[in-house]
Design a protein around this ligand. Structure first.
Ligand SMILES: NC(=[NH2+])NCCC[C@H](N)C(=O)O
Ligand SMILES: O=C(O)CCC(=O)C(=O)O
Ligand SMILES: [Fe+2]
Length: 346
């Protein structure tokens, strides 16, 4: 389910040189100029890493014996993180700090990501930032959010409620002192009855937006974003019925987020199927204990992910990840972003 590779010392040096060049030319990883060029610059990453990312995206590639479906997640360990240069873990993602060392981590994550697709974001999440900070926030301990801590973050498809959810989620670990696990799981069809598979393919399930998209969890619902928050509110009040499995019947894709799901009143059969699919996923869960410098790409069509509970410290030493959403094709969301050149879902 997991493919892991470790960056070698020579590769680390080559990447460091590339990042230094990038830093001379571009202001930040979320600037249009860099995002536009990232896919090209990524051609200069070491070949072995490009091969791993390519094979993850295209499991049918000739670089490996053909496989029906690819790995659920790809782990690239051993990336250089300047532990002191990144500074203490901030108390909030708002007003993010932009030290050289931090800019480097974001450039690296976006470069890797660009070999899988286009990095994009959400007008309604983390104030429209493209590179998210995942860190515990005081007062949000029990929230079903990346900023929670004392409650396990229930496993989920990222933005399961949305037709333009990510194809891949990219995480880069800056700090994880308690080795808190990121959970990753998939669905094993052979463990499901044929009628459950059949029903899971039917539009009998409802997924509401997770609370990170609410104005309460953003700094300001400025005028520009009012319509976006309105859209989220409508999707929250009246979500479309959707299937939780889709695509090829023998090798389906997954779309599920139990913490925000329900079935129609009286549809006990769908409810039963949902619970059996959930049980099946539960059994598959593995713990990925991210270490500083580990980059984890999750196939958001094949795998769910979550996070174990932990005790936040709020003293600058807390767990801290960088996160991006990646789409294989930005064109599919044309007309639904903040503008034709925008990478923010409106
Ligand atoms: N079950 C869920 N979907 N929980 C919310 C996931 C975390 C959310 N995407 C965030 O940025 O904080
Ligand atoms: O903290 C993690 O390891 C995963 C967080 C997550 O799933 C999220 O923020 O959506
Ligand atoms: Fe997530």
């Amino acid at each position: 389910m997991l493919t892991t590779l470790r960056v070698s010392p020579e590769e680390r040096q080559a990447i460091a040189r590339l990042l230094t060049d990038v830093q001379r030319t571009y202001a930040a990883a979320d600037q249009p100029a860099f995002l536009g060029d990232a896919g090209l610059i990524a051609h200069d990453l070491p070949h072995r890493l490009r091969t791993a990312l390519h094979t993850f995206r295209t499991p049918q590639s000739a670089a490996r014996p053909p496989r029906r479906s690819g790995a659920a997640a790809l782990l690239i360990a051993g990336n250089e993180i300047d532990e002191h240069g990144i500074g203490p873990t901030p108390a909030h993602w708002r007003g993010k700090s932009r030290t050289e060392a931090l800019r480097r981590t974001e450039f690296l994550l976006v470069l890797y990501s660009s070999l899988l697709g286009d990095v994009y974001g959400w007008a309604t999440q983390q104030d429209g930032d493209l590179v998210h900070d995942i860190l515990p926030i005081a007062g949000q301990e029990d929230a079903q959010l990346g900023s929670g801590s004392s409650t396990p973050l229930m496993w989920h498809t990222e933005e399961a409620f949305h037709p333009h959810r990510a194809d891949y989620v990219g995480l880069l670990c800056l700090r994880n002192p308690d080795r808190v696990g990121t959970t990753v799981g998939t669905v094993d069809l052979t463990a499901l009855a044929a009628e459950d598979v059949e029903r899971a393919f039917e539009p009998r399930f409802y997924i509401r937006p997770d609370t990170s998209h609410l104005p309460e969890y953003n700094s300001s619902s400025d005028l520009e974003r009012t319509r976006s928050f309105d859209r989220i509110r409508r999707m929250d009040a009246d979500p479309d019925p959707i299937p939780i499995l889709f695509g090829d019947r023998s090798d389906p894709f997954l779309r599920i987020d139990p913490a925000y799901m329900y079935t129609a009143p009286g549809d006990d059969k769908a409810e039963g199927t949902l619970h059996r699919v959930m049980a099946c996923i539960e059994k598959s869960l593995v713990d990925v204990r991210l270490e500083p410098g580990m980059c984890c790409f999750i196939d958001n069509y094949r795998a769910v992910h979550g996070r174990a509970r932990f005790r936040a410290r709020y003293d600058g030493t807390d767990r801290w990840l960088k996160r991006v959403s990646i789409t294989r094709d930005l064109r599919r969301s044309a007309g639904e972003r903040m503008g034709p050149g925008s990478r923010l879902m409106a």
